[in-house]
Design a protein around this ligand. Structure first.
Ligand code: HGY
Ligand code: MN
Ligand code: MN
Length: 416
């Protein structure tokens, strides 16, 4: 039974929730710095929990801090339909990356409550811990443990730049739950609403992205070791300059990505230079290469070209090089049935829509390995994200949440 197109979320209430959440962990330029397992993350979790409980949901938290807010179905034993994303942000993040997916899920529940719509399957709204992977690599860490990709102890031993351990920080903010992660949580399907974080939808004037695939990714942490020495008195021929090596690897990553256009991207976003003194030639540089492609063969070919190139650069500069894989997932093909539900919802509601490949990684990419999963995307201004100036319109937020609502409720089954 197709849902009535009048079944729509309350766009103002969703927008108000987004703005209220954005007040927690504010950035310095209008965005957010609510990094995972910080006090601000803890505060945002408490706000989300209060809202969920006020909406009649029961909250469970697992041992990785993943939050599951359940709306009962008329058939409680049926596997729930999950909807959600992440509340943690980049250090200079926007107000909508991840947050729109979590609060769009909450708004979906609030709307069903308003209209007293019951579904056969329960609905669970999720906040996944540490999607961003900035403070603790890799990204999508807790959804990865939930999906059985990472081992829990390995994840909890991850440390941040100050040497603080993930497991200790989770305890410190009081959000280590008692539910064993990943166990006894059957999933009928999962839908994640997310801003596109790219320019396609806005450039083409399209309301909704029906996400059919996601790019694959490698995060390669490189350590180049040369020799610290005086920038003034060391002759050029005697230098073992790790900083020069890092510059050449940066250029190499860009060149390799450009060689595989249009199906590749590459950059280095994280850099540590030692001893980082104005008049000492860098003795050691540690940095992370981020390469991505929707094509696994291209992704692997890029990695091989870059690793071979690093050896050549190290040899030429008489420095030592080591490469550690600190993040990886293969390109993702989302569940055709769930993707069709998203497409049908957009059609029913009369939104313009197009199939897209997600450039960014998402928790849905891991959950797709264990349950039927799909994503809904809305445009963002100038395709900008991972920048405090990240912006969307109320209309885009509402359209995305309405498509999410219809896809989820169709899948969960409405009880007349
Ligand atoms: O890196 C990503 O794609 C995601 O934003 N964590
Ligand atoms: Mn995100
Ligand atoms: Mn992000």
């Amino acid at each position: 039974m197709p849902l009535d197109t009048n079944l729509q979320i309350n766009g103002d209430r969703l927008w108000d929730a987004l703005m209220e959440m954005a007040e927690i962990g504010p950035g310095v330029a209008g965005g957010n710095n609510r990094q995972t397992l910080t006090d601000a993350d803890g505060e945002g979790r408490h706000l989300f929990k209060r809202w969920c409980e006020a909406a009649g949901l029961t909250m469970a938290v697992d041992t990785m801090g993943n939050m599951f807010a359940r709306r009962e179905g008329t058939e409680p034993d049926l596997p729930p339909v999950y909807v959600g994303s992440h509340l943690d942000t980049q250090p200079t993040g926007g107000k909508y990356d991840g947050v729109l997916g979590v609060l769009g899920g909450l708004e979906l529940v609030r709307t069903l409550n308003d209209l007293d719509v019951r579904t056969r399957h329960p609905i669970v709204v999720v906040n996944w811990t540490n999607e961003e992977g900035t403070r603790f690599a890799p990204a999508m860490l807790a959804s990865g443990v939930f999906a059985g990709v990472h081992e829990e102890g390995w994840a909890k031993d991850k440390v941040d730049a100050q040497g603080k351990r993930f497991g200790d920080e989770l305890k410190r903010i009081g959000w280590e739950g008692d539910e064993p992660v990943g166990r006894d949580r059957p999933i009928k399907a999962l839908f994640e609403l997310h801003i596109e974080q790219g320019p396609i939808l806005e450039d083409e004037g399209i309301d909704i992205g029906v996400v059919t695939h996601g790019q694959g990714l490698y995060w390669l942490q490189v350590t180049l070791a040369g020799k610290e020495s005086h920038t003034g008195s060391t002759p050029m021929y005697k230098r073992r300059n790790a900083g020069l090596g890092m510059a050449r690897v940066t250029e190499l990553v860009h060149e390799v990505a450009m060689d595989f256009q249009p199906s590749a991207v590459g950059a280095i976003g994280h850099v540590e230079v030692y001893p980082n003194s104005r008049n000492i030639i860098p003795g050691r540089c540690v940095f992370t290469i981020d390469i991505r492609s929707p094509d696994k063969a291209i992704l692997d070919a890029m990695r091989e070209r870059i690793e071979d190139g690093i050896d050549v650069i190290a040899e030429a500069l008489d420095i030592d090089a080591s490469v550690d894989e600190v993040g990886h997932f293969d390109p993702v093909t989302f569940d055709p049935g769930c993707v069709a539900a998203v497409r049908k919802a957009a059609q029913t509601l009369g939104y313009t829509h197009t199939d897209v490949v997600s450039g960014a990684g998402h928790d849905a990419c891991w959950i797709n390995r264990i349950a039927p999963t799909a994503m809904v995307m809305c445009p963002c201004v100038d395709g900008l994200s991972h920048n405090e100036a990240e912006e969307i319109t109320r209309e885009w937020a509402a359209a995305g949440a309405n498509v999410l609502l219809h896809a989820v409720v169709e899948t969960a089954g409405v009880v007349a």
